[in-house]
Design a protein around this ligand. Structure first.
Ligand code: AMP
Length: 175
């Protein structure tokens, strides 16, 4: 018998040098396409947060939307998209964050989260944690409470978890 983490370690495809040289891209499409495994991952992600009262799942563009939506469904929570600049059509609130070179911006619809709501942040992969950290900061700027952060994959060496200290952070497999 292999644990889910062991199977994910084997099934998630590593694509070297994508999208640029030196990056080891963790491709979850090899998991998504397998019916039983797709469901098992959904159930495991849900189990990590099922004891919490969560009003909204804020999912990070774009692969975070996949299990973010499943998590919202299972938790009985609303689903909110955190997107790159200029993608959301209505009024937004935004948070800028530093990249290795330059900056990026994450946006959420201004009416998507109410003050006092309990929010779970979700993405497929946590690498440096910069995107998740900015999303957490944005949710808090909107007056909501971040209950924690859920990821499928954690890249341990990049220590993204350290940027989310003080929050409960979960993942299903660490590379
Ligand atoms: P981060 O460095 O944690 O801010 O990651 C930025 C975004 O890129 C997140 O949405 C991650 O899901 C994605 N990402 C970063 N590194 C990888 C990687 N090696 N494989 C797959 N996705 C990645």
């Amino acid at each position: 018998m292999h644990t889910l983490a062991e199977r994910l370690r084997r099934e998630i495809r590593n694509v070297p040098d994508f999208p640029k040289p030196g990056i080891q891209f963790k491709d979850i499409t090899t998991v998504l396409k397998q019916g039983p495994l797709f469901r098992e991952v959904a159930d495991a992600l849900y189990a990590q947060w099922s004891a919490e009262r969560i009003d909204k799942v804020v999912a990070i563009e774009s692969r975070g939307f996949i299990y973010g939506a499943v998590l919202a469904y299972r938790l009985g929570a609303g689903f909110v998209m955190a997107r790159k600049r200029g993608k959301l059509p209505a009024q937004t609130v935004s948070m800028e964050y530093a990249l290795e070179y330059g900056t990026d911006t994450v946006e959420i619809h201004a009416d998507a989260i109410q003050p006092g709501e309990r929010v779970l942040v979700h993405d497929d992969v946590i690498a440096t944690g910069g995107t998740a950290q900015a999303t957490v900061a944005l949710v808090e700027k909107m007056g909501a409470t971040v209950v924690g952060c859920s990821f499928l994959v954690e890249l341990g060496e990049l220590r993204g978890r350290d940027r989310l200290s003080g929050y409960r952070v979960t993942s299903l497999v660490t590379f």
